[in-house]
Design a protein around this ligand. Sequence first.
Ligand code: ZN
Length: 385
Amino acid sequence: MKLLWAAVCFLLVLMISLPEAQSALTHDKDLVRVRLLSLPKKIQLTGQGLRFLNLAEPYRSVAIPENKQAEVRLMKKDGKNLWALKFNNQDREHLFTEKYLMIQGDGLRVGSQTLPNRVLLSSSGQQVDVVGVMPLDEYIVGVLASEMPLGWPLETLKAQAVAARSYTLAVMAERQEKAYHLESSVLDQVFRHIVAEDENDPKIQKALQAVRETEGVKLFGPGHKILKAFYHADCGGQTTLAKNVWNGGVNSGTAVDSSCPTSPSAQWTLKVKQSDLAQRLHLPSLAELATQKVIGDARVRAVKVAMNDGTQKAIGANEFRQALGFSELRSTLFDVKKSGEEFVFTGRGFGHGVGLCQWGSRAMGMRGHSYVQILKHYYPLAKLN
Ligand SMILES: [Zn+2]
């Protein structure tokens, strides 16, 4: 009987373990991989029921039975990764010779940072990337909680959830071969991991509701391809097309927002010293600046800079914003004047201006519009399904 029980247990373990044994990156294609941290080569992890897994054959798993701390160290041997795992302060190290190391457990943490129940360690140069692996809608709740105040109207949150879901799926298709699909910062979408205790918070419940009530809903571009649905904080009165910002991308249409000139980023001013600006643009000197616009569009397309020796250079407006800092030069809806030793930028709006405008969608939600109406306003050429 004991033997039979042992055999059943063995089979059960095998059944639970096998799908993971086969779960190389391509097998987990429905799960979102988000880079959460980039750390030095030695990582201290804590959690309950920690398990460490190789992703490919020969399949190997090391489990830590109790709630203990583990240390993972990345080494290189013959150009290959070697992950050395140590726990319970024992001297013995478990070695994993794989490109990636999968870690599973409850209450996973690195320092004070809480992590999803499943993470992937991947080496990038001198650093180790800690990549969260999770189902799409679990990720979208964490994006919603970071990208938009959860006190905003439910329909506005639902429109944001659909835009974020569409953006995520489009980017996952583009980057499926990479160790991670998305950054957890403004470079893609800001994300924070929602721990189970937070789910009782009424605001988090509202985010969960917005995601649940739009489950599976996505935006599509031409050829029924999922739309890389961009969004931004404040359009300043009118949105723009992806090609005007990045010289490419799908045309999902533009929208006029009469409410945005009253939003908090409606007007802004930025003063930058002439010498600071030259330094940030990596120029030897800077004498004058002039904006280049297209008739009918208030946004700057390029900035023409003249140096002290008379040479000139045109810098794309998005590149110019990046050099000054996206949160300092808040949009490309600006004018610039020279005042003594300073350049004074006066502008409107916040963000690149493509796709959904968050402040405008808040105004629409407050006026009683549905998330479908909000999405049709901001992506008039896209299909919703
Ligand atoms: Zn707007």
